[in-house]
Design a protein around this ligand. Sequence first.
Ligand code: CAA
Length: 240
Amino acid sequence: MARTALVTGGTRGLGLAISTALGAAGFRVAAVYHHDTQAAQALAAEHGIAVFQWDVGDADACARGVAAVQAQLGPLDVLVNNAGITQDAMFHKMRADQWQAVLQTNLGSMFNMTRPVIEGMRERRYGRIVNISSVNGRKGQAGQTNYAAAKAGILGFTKALALENAARNITVNAIAPGYCDTAMAAGVRPDVLQAIVAGIPVGRLGTPTDVARMVVFLADDAAGFITGATFDVNGGQYLA
Ligand code: CAA
């Protein structure tokens, strides 16, 4: 019987590649999106993936949304916490709302999405949770104190949750992607991005597929001995 996976931010960028790769690997997939209805409709039409709309920064919306997904697709076996935003600014110019928004969406969502899913996984004694961090949560990045703090927070969350759930056959891992060819990186000023790419040893941006491959690997039944780990997919930009 096919396993069921939910991917947040699952209709664009890295999440689009993750949703379609999991679908191609035989998972029943629910992709959660926030704003871009057109992208969601295209994913549903082209790949037959179920799409759901809510804000992962809103705990009540997540509880309601997870219940709706499970009512439609069955119990969740795999959760990919991928949704994230940037609001870059040097810290001495950063507004409180930029700090709050990035922390709420990128780190608050770890609680909001995982809390309604974890009890069922514990009862069924099976789960695969993959949290998408960032190279910038590993190494820091000027202009991203909010994002780097949230993405580093994901790594602590991942390790603690892994320890709590290892005996229940639930693995919890993080992936730290480098700069990838997505709208998020395209939002960086061209001269700044060019300098960053010059510092990537493989000499290019990553592709969403580079990251999706790692998610599929970790989501597999056979990956049960891998937990609490962080996987760098960054073209050699940062070696931990
Ligand atoms: N290290 C140290 N100082 C730096 C710096 C750096 N890398 N970059 C800029 N500065 C300094 C500048 O020298 C300047 O100093 P002075 O005021 O003393 O001259 C000051 O910071 C301001 O620089 P800017 O004029 O560039 O500031 P700005 O306000 O126009 O732009 C910024 C700030 C928007 C944050 C811009 O620097 C920027 O875009 N940085 C890159 C952010 C980034 O990498 N985002 C990643 C997005 S993709 C993503 O997040 C996905 C993922 O996971 C990888």
